[in-house]
Structure formats: C-alpha cells, structure tokens
Design a protein around this ligand. Structure first.
Ligand SMILES: Nc1ncnc2c1ncn2[C@@H]1O[C@H](COP(=O)(O)OP(=O)(O)OP(=O)(O)O)[C@@H](O)[C@H]1O
Ligand SMILES: [Mg+2]
Length: 354
C-alpha cells in the first residue's frame, strides 16, 4: 500500500506560495501526471514528496504513514530528475544495480533478478554490458528510468525526465515506461508540461496552476470536461473556444448558438462564457436547422486530413477543427453547428454546467 496523501501542503519562498494549500491523494499503483505551465510549482511539490524540501505547513503521508519529517533516504522512493546523474564508465547493468548496492535486505541473486527483469521490460538486454558513455541520450534516459524502478520502491517520482530528448526517443521511452509500470505495481508521479506526454502516460492527470491543483481526473475527463477555463485553454491544440454569453429569461445565449441553452438553477453572478472544443464544431456550406452563419476569416491549415479554420460569428471568433477542407474560402460564409451537449458553461472561469 503506497498511496500518497498530500494533506494541506503549502510551501512559501518569501511572499510566494510555490505550493498553495494542496490537498489531494495519489492512489496506490496509479500513474499520475502532474501537468502545468513553467513555474506553477511542480518541481517544488515533487521535492516535498522526495523529502528534499520541507513544507511550510501541511503533511505528507505514504501508505498512511506520516513521512513529513523523514529525510529522503528514509522515504524509500525512487526518483528521476530532469538531468539524471549517470555513471558513464559503468555498464548499463551496473548502473541499474547501483541503488540496490547498499540494500542489505537484497542478496546478490535477487539484485541480479531485478536487473534482468528491468533489462527485459526496457528491451535493453543486448545493451547490458554497454557503457553509458557509448549510449545515445534516449537510451541513457531509459537506463535512468530503469534504475529508479529497479529497486522496486513503492513510490517513484519523475520530474520531466524527457525534456532534453527528441520526439522519437521520447516516444520510445514512453512505451518502455508504460511496459515497466504495468509490470511493477508502483505508485508513480510523473511531472511534465507536455500535455501529449501526460495524455499518453497517465491514469490520472493533476492539472496545476500557480501552486494549486485545479483538477485531478482521467485524461479524457480533463480534456472533455475541464473544470476551469484555464484547463480548457491549456489542453488541446488549439485549446477550447471561449465565447461570451448572456443570461436571458429563456436561457443562455451566445453568438455561436442558434437557440438558448438551459441555465442551471443557481447560476453564480459573474462573467458568463461558453466553452466548446474546436473539433466539436461542425461546418456546412448551406444553412441548416440549428446552424449559425459566420465568415471564414483565417485560412484553413490542414494537418493529416484535419483543417483548422477561424470563423467570425456576430462579434465572436471561433476556431473550428474539421476532418476535410472547410466548405468556403477566405472571406466566404460558413454555417456553424455547435452541439449543445458538448457546450460547457463557465462563470468567472469556473465550470458551472455542461
Ligand atoms: N529555492 C527557491 N527559492 C525561491 N523561489 C523558488 C525556489 N524554488 C522555486 N522557487 C519559485 O517557486 C515557483 C515554482 O517553481 P518550480 O520550480 O516548482 O516550478 P515548476 O512548475 O517546476 O516549473 P518548470 O516547469 O519551469 O520546471 C517559481 O516561481 C520559482 O521561481
Ligand atoms: Mg520544474
């Protein structure tokens, strides 16, 4: 049992709350990605979990045990940070075995068994005797990951282990990583600011901004039902459209809606916007029931059969991502259809319905 409980943890540096009263649980055996923009406090939170930083207030519990005051070496967590320390003149197998060297509970055969197991899942057996200095950067990072999981601690923390890697090496690493984590039931917290990486790896994503966790959900939930406008904007490429809306007696109106959508019973006061993903909006050359006419104001960009178009509708600007080319050229009229079921309703940037 190694669930991680972060109990109202705050970390201040002077006036700045780098971690701001975070209260959440990473479940046992789960791969959780901590996703957020640069400077939002990801590394600070990881360092607190690792014991490299003391929280200003709050507690950290591993498997029900309070570890807040334990030093790093007594926490039994594996760690891989951005630029892992590797021993260039040792072989791959020797590097993997290193963290287990002083673990008296493990005999030689058990150490060897674990090294072999990790070599297998990482698909690195043929490279076991190669020296680190002879490996490319992707393979080195793989060894770093292997080294962190080989000692089979219940918790493993990763802080952007793929930042200095190319896309191909990164993908290879992610596949290796998924194989390892499926095999060994460890609780993993993996920091990234790359949403594709988070969507690919995570069982659940914790979206972080300015020291706070905004949402902690399965990747598809975070993507399709962002609880904040920030989440909708941050996830997706491009992010969600946010269109100004107004409350009227018959419901919520917005320029891109042909008719009103129902307002929730207790709508808080504040600025109302509706959110809709660019790929949920469809376009037609002809006006049809439920469509709204607009002007195509930005040339469509086609990538892998998908087209990204910008459309002006009654003062609002909407990004539309369609399969196949749009039904008009620049300056032409297109008719937009927005499925009401896909519309999210936000007041002051917080989702209230949809
Ligand atoms: N030791 C420190 N002293 C003062 N301020 C710090 C210290 N460590 C971090 N900070 C500040 O705390 C905030 C969060 O930093 P942190 O490194 O945790 O962010 P991050 O999300 O990991 O960013 P990145 O994606 O760039 O790695 C930043 O504003 C940073 O400048
Ligand atoms: Mg960081």
């Amino acid at each position: 049992m190694a669930e991680i409980v972060i109990d109202h943890v705050t970390k201040r540096f002077g006036d700045l709350a780098a971690v701001d009263n975070i209260d959440m649980t990473f479940s046992d055996g789960e791969v959780a990605c901590l996703l957020g923009p640069s400077g939002c406090g990801k590394t600070t939170l990881m360092r607190i979990l690792a014991g490299l930083e003391q929280p200003t207030s709050g507690r950290v519990l591993f498997g029900g045990k309070d570890v807040t005051d334990l030093p790093p070496r007594k926490r039994n967590v594996g760690m891989v940070f951005q630029y892992p320390v590797m021993y260039p003149t040792l072989s791959v197998a020797e590097n993997l075995a290193l963290p287990m060297k002083y673990d008296r509970a493990l005999d030689q055969s058990e150490r060897q068994r674990r090294v072999d197991e990790v070599l297998d899942v990482l698909d690195m057996r043929p490279m076991a005797r190669a020296f680190i200095e002879d490996l490319d950067i992707g393979s080195r990072q793989k060894v770093a990951i292997g080294r962190a999981v080989a000692r089979q601690s219940e918790i493993v923390l990763f802080d952007e282990p793929t930042t200095n890697m190319g896309v191909a090496a990164k993908l290879q690493l992610i596949h290796a990583f998924k194989r390892v984590t499926r095999r060994l039931r460890q609780t993993i917290v993996y920091v990234t600011h790359d949403q594709t990486e988070a969507m690919t790896l995570a069982d659940k994503i914790a979206l972080m901004k300015a020291g706070k966790i905004l949402q902690y959900d399965a990747p598809h939930v975070l993507y399709s039902e962002p609880s904040t406008a920030f989440g909708g904007w941050f996830m997706g490429n491009p992010g969600m459209n946010f269109i100004p809306a107004t409350l009227q007696p018959d419901g919520i109106h917005a320029a891109i809606l042909a008719g009103p959508i129902a307002a929730p019973a207790h709508l808080p006061k504040g600025e109302i916007t509706i959110g809709i993903r660019p790929e949920r909006v469809t376009m037609s050359g002809q006006a049809v029931t439920g469509s709204v006419p607009g002007t195509l104001v930005d040339q469509a960009v086609g990538i892998a059969g998908r087209y990204l178009t910008t459309v002006r509708v009654g003062g609002a600007t909407v990004k539309v991502n369609t399969v196949g080319a749009p039904p008009a050229d620049l300056g032409g009229t297109v008719n937009l259809m927005v499925p009401h079921a896909r519309v999210m309703l936000y007041v002051d940037g917080v989702r209230v319905a949809g």
